[in-house]
Design a protein around this ligand. Structure first.
Ligand SMILES: Cc1cc2nc3c(=O)[nH]c(=O)nc-3n(C[C@H](O)[C@H](O)[C@H](O)COP(=O)(O)OP(=O)(O)OC[C@H]3O[C@@H](n4cnc5c(N)ncnc54)[C@H](O)[C@@H]3O)c2cc1C
Length: 503
């Protein structure tokens, strides 16, 4: 359904009895990052000059998973002369989490796939934080059953691949798609992280020149169900659709997984759980509420400016989103050409589960919805009977240009998103408005980088990855798509460069 159709449906839905229930729901926007982001971009109002200057060997900018992983690597190599500067009060970036009287819940990143052999770094971390012991994953952190379900033709089915009313043709095409993914996996190029082979296996750039829709067409895969499923996966993982995803990235989404993969690993607070384990190790280096508004050259050193302190450093890791560096880092490329997708996420507090909700899974998806559905924060709680819950609702805004959606995010008030969310969920849960006591909405204008066609071979991406002498970029967006494995890899790679420079 297009946006206009969807908005009409929302209004129609709310003209009924549930309209009153909707108006009783509390909530608002939370974690808005754009006022500070726009201030960094426009320098209006300006920033105060630092009160003091401190000499320090290294500075990390950005306390998301990339910055925390850089700090984790420096610390475990015994290097302790650095500071980690985070703009927000809460650390974790896209892996931030929240908590209320019912449960902890994620704000964005909510799971980590179990790491296979090539994800050596993730396995190292998982071993260190007790998730992996003697090659065996701790069952308490593996997603409990039922994991996923899909609302299709008026009822719920297990799993997200559409099954209800699937025809022989759909099944044949699922099979063909699986075979193609199996063959792709065997080439060894679809790894997590992307550069796991260290350049030994080159990616097939011809796949990066076309989009995923074209790849499906060339392979005769025109089943509506299969196309929905692949499109859903692109929206879910990359915040893009079949038209705006490089075929290489679209294939990576499936071919990088083991066929019999366990998991995923998940927690009520999502990847906030990992953030907390990292903070236990590197929290001592962290300075939150410290936006870096300028980085300038001082001879062979870099001066990192915050309103409290300026840091004169031999090496800097920029782990904040790369596009921001264009406004802040002296001498950086003036315009970053990465495409970022806008998202909204919302945490819905439920005083009770909807009637006839069925066997609620961890991840619950509605076929043909513009949203991605909801993940249940209380699914991993060990309490057996809990009428209340928190659902984290995800919506990658993919059908129009990112600029148009960013405008919408700024223009529309909270009740607009409340109504859209309720209209969407009402299709599967008629009484949902009566069940919810609170909806908190997070708006993300630049949530994650999109792997658009051409991203792999992009010369600008390569230049950012190379960085400058003493200044290294580390955000997961350098990989073209945003997942924990890439954030960790980029953070650790940048930390290694720092250690090489300083030694
Ligand atoms: C809705 C959503 C759902 C997701 N779900 C998953 C998932 O389930 N699993 C998964 O693996 N990945 C998921 N991701 C991807 C997630 O982005 C990555 O896993 C990872 O958390 C990205 O980390 P990062 O450090 O590269 O970037 P970010 O998380 O963007 O961190 C950048 C940090 O830099 C800070 N910063 C920015 N500017 C400045 C400045 N000037 N000074 C100081 N600090 C600054 C920011 O505040 C932020 O904390 C999801 C992303 C989104 C948006």
């Amino acid at each position: 359904m297009n946006r206009r159709g969807f908005v009409s449906a929302a209004l129609l839905g709310l003209s009924s009895k549930s309209g009153q229930a909707a108006r009783n729901i509390a909530g608002g926007f939370v974690n808005d990052g754009f006022p500070l982001g726009h201030r960094l971009r426009d320098r209006k109002p300006g920033f105060a000059a630092p009160k003091q200057t401190i000499r320090i060997p290294a500075v990390i900018v950005g306390g998301g998973c990339a910055g925390l992983s850089a700090a984790w690597h420096l610390n475990r190599r015994g290097f302790r002369d650095f500071v980690l500067l985070e703009m927000e009060r809460e650390t974790g970036g896209n892996a931030r989490w929240g908590q209320n009287e019912v449960s902890r819940y994620p704000w964005a990143a909510h799971y980590l796939p179990v790491a296979n052999r090539e994800s050596a770094l993730v396995r190292e971390l998982c071993t260190e934080i007790g998730l992996l012991k003697d090659g065996v994953w701790d069952e308490r952190h593996l997603c409990f059953s039922p994991q996923e379900r899909l609302y299709l033709h008026g009822r719920w089915q297990e799993g997200i691949e559409p099954e209800i009313a699937a025809t022989r043709k759909d099944h044949d095409q699922y099979k063909k798609f699986d075979t193609l993914m199996h063959e792709a996996r065997a080439t060894g190029q679809f790894t997590k992280p992307l550069e796991a082979s260290g350049g030994k296996i080159s990616p097939d750039l011809s796949l990066d020149r076309i989009n995923m829709r074209e790849w499906l067409r060339r392979n005769g895969l025109d089943s509506e169900y299969l196309q929905w499923y692949v499109n859903y996966s692109c929206r879910d993982d990359y915040g893009s659709n079949l038209d705006t995803t490089s075929a290489w990235a679209g294939i990576h989404e499936f071919a990088s997984r083991e066929p019999e993969e366990k998991g995923p690993l998940t927690w009520p607070e999502g990847n906030g759980w990992i953030v907390e384990r990292l903070k236990e190790r590197v929290g001592k280096y962290l300075k939150a509420s410290s936006p870096v508004y300028r980085i300038s050259r001082e001879g062979n050193q870099w001066k990192v400016w915050t309103e409290q302190t300026a840091y004169l450093a031999d090496a800097v890791i920029w782990a904040a989103p790369t596009f921001l560096a264009s406004y802040i880092v002296e001498g950086a490329h003036p315009k970053c050409d990465f495409v970022y997708s806008p998202w909204i996420t919302a945490n819905l507090t439920l005083r009770r589960m909807p009637d006839h909700a069925g066997d609620i899974a961890w991840d619950n998806v509605i076929y043909d919805s513009p949203s991605l559905g909801y993940v249940v924060a209380t699914h991993m709680n060990l309490t057996t009977v809990q009428p209340e819950s928190v659902w984290t609702y995800y919506w990658a805004l993919v059908d129009q240009s990112p600029a148009a959606y960013r405008k919408l995010l700024l223009e529309k008030d909270w009740s607009y998103w409340r109504d859209l969310i309720l209209a969407d969920l009402t299709r599967a849960h008629r009484d949902i408005a009566d069940c919810i006591s609170r909806i908190d909405v997070m708006r993300l204008g630049h949530a994650m980088a999109r792997p658009v066609p051409g991203f792999l071979g992009s010369p600008q991406r390569k230049r950012w990855i190379e960085g400058e002498p003493g200044l290294y970029y580390a955000n997961s967006d350098l990989s073209g798509f945003s997942i924990f494995e890439e954030a960790q890899f980029r953070g650790v790679e940048a930390a290694k460069k720092v250690l090489r420079r300083l030694s």
